[in-house]
Write a protein that binds this ligand. Structure first.
Ligand code: ADP
Length: 456
């Protein structure tokens, strides 16, 4: 059975049952109240009859008294101790055949005469001859019965009238609930069959929970699509980057085959180019692996580090490896909690860029701030145009293709730096002026928030 039909059936049935129960309750309550009122009146009449009965003398005809207190359209009967009627006054002959006993526990007895409901009360009395008799007052409930019938009719009509809008509203309700779910299912089905990232229609407007589910689904699809596109972009960039050195290697290898055995100069040139391109490829693959590893490896090995010592050792390695002037300014004992190896890797990427893209000295400055230690790496190189700065951290992004060919970068260094800084909760600012130089500023927190992982 479809969910729509189930909701429809269940809510309609439930409401109809509730309505029927409520109406039956109203009906029974009315009947009971009406009979109780009749009973109270009958009881009052019986008490008055008993008082008059006690004043009865031999000369008085008891049937006159009985008739005086006879209920409208009803009867009064006097029964001897064997239960046989010795005197009776009644509105119609049916009461003569009527034989009803009231049980001791009940206040009144209820029965029917020719389809008309009657109630009867019984009370002991002293008869004119001194014997103990039973006095029975019988009251037909014609009015109660006709009112109850009318009420029944009204309740049935009301239930029928209410049931129609109820049915329609249930249909509308199940439609309101199920429409967004149907749209969601449709989007999922389409995504599954087409392989595209299909979104749910009309999910942006609603304010309810179902619209929220639709929006969440759309958001999820957008994120998946963006990730997929990025992945696609990465693969295409990576293959492009690998293809270039491979083409160079292939063409030099062919040259070597053709002329290398006879011409030593050509052979040296070809082999030199092949070695260079292989190294380039190797560096590229190491960087790509680094990026892949960084995504998977979320663990940090935190410990207390003296940042001033770390900066000093990194700067001195730079000086020795590349024979460049690296100045370090800043206080000593800059203690932080961080992952030393990752932090060093990050500093290396930025220092290496400063080295690659400038000729002059490099200045590292460290200063204590309230919440973090600021470390800036300043070079006096070619600088970066303002419009390029927002893209620097994208994978394979290079400011200037020719310039980078020369330096051999593939545009992955800063992408790795970004991932490292995210993990270490370090904020990176870039300031640069074309022709004057570039300054990368790191805001390194004293402690990592929330344990082991963070964001940039
Ligand atoms: P690469 O390995 O090519 O250097 P990066 O991701 O490290 O890749 O850098 C991306 C781009 O940012 C490069 O094209 C480079 O030109 C530019 N860049 C990075 N650092 C500097 C700097 N200190 N000065 C000038 N340009 C820089």
């Amino acid at each position: 059975m479809k969910l729509r039909t189930k909701i429809h059936l269940f809510t309609t049935l439930l409401m109809l049952i509730l309505l029927a129960l409520m109406n039956t309750g109203v009906y029974l309550l009315y009947e009971r109240l009406a009979i109780n009122t009749e009973y109270e009146q009958l009881k009052g009449r019986g008490e008055e009859l008993l008082t008059s009965f006690n004043q009865l003398t031999d000369a008085t005809d008891p049937s006159i008294i009985l008739r005086a207190y006879m209920p409208t359209d009803g009867a009064v009967r006097v029964l001897n101790d064997e239960g046989k009627p010795i005197q009776s006054v009644h509105a119609s002959l049916e009461f003569e055949k009527f034989n009803l006993q009231q049980s001791k526990d009940d206040t009144y007895a209820k029965s029917e005469i020719d389809g008309v409901p009657v109630i009867m009360i019984e009370t002991p009395a002293i008869w004119v001859d001194g014997s103990v008799v039973k006095l029975q007052l019988i009251q037909p409930l014609n009015e109660v019965a006709s009112n109850a019938d009318l009420l029944k009719l009204i309740l049935v009509a009301a239930t029928t009238i209410i049931a129609i809008p109820l049915l329609l509203s249930n249909m509308a309700l199940s439609r309101i609930i199920l429409k967004p779910l149907e749209r969601l299912a449709l989007a999922m089905k389409k995504s599954g069959s087409s392989g595209n990232y299909e979104k749910v229609d009309k999910a942006e407007t609603g304010k309810d929970e179902l619209a929220e589910i639709g929006r969440t689904f759309n958001g999820m699809m957008e994120a998946l699509e963006t990730n997929y596109r990025k992945q696609e972009q990465f693969v295409s960039n990576a293959s492009h980057e690998l293809k270039t050195p491979l083409t160079v290697i292939e063409s030099y290898a062919k040259l070597l085959l053709r002329r290398g055995f006879t011409n030593e100069q050509v052979a040296t040139e070809a082999l030199g180019a092949i070695v260079n391109e292989s190294r380039r490829m190797n560096d590229l693959i190491i960087q790509m692996l680094e990026l892949a590893k960084n995504k998977e490896d979320t663990s940090l090995s935190l410990k207390e580090i003296d940042l001033s010592l770390l900066l000093e050792s990194t700067a001195s390695q730079m000086r020795q490896a590349y024979n460049r002037t690296v100045e370090l300014h800043g206080g000593s004992s800059l203690f932080i909690q961080s992952d030393e190896q990752k932090l060093k890797q990050l500093l290396f990427i930025l220092l290496d860029n400063a080295r690659k893209y400038s000729e002059d000295k490099i200045i590292i400055t460290a200063a204590k701030e309230e919440k973090s230690i600021t470390v800036s790496i300043h070079d006096f190189g070619e600088g970066i145009a303002q419009d390029q700065i927002p893209h620097l951290f994208d994978r394979f992004y290079r400011v200037n293709q020719d310039r980078n060919r020369k330096t051999g970068g593939a545009g992955l260094g800063l992408a790795i730096a970004r991932e490292l800084s995210e993990k270490l909760q370090i904020h990176i600012n870039v300031q640069s002026k074309l022709g004057s130089g570039t300054c990368f500023t790191l805001l390194i927190p004293y402690n990592l928030e929330g344990g082991k992982e963070g964001g940039r």
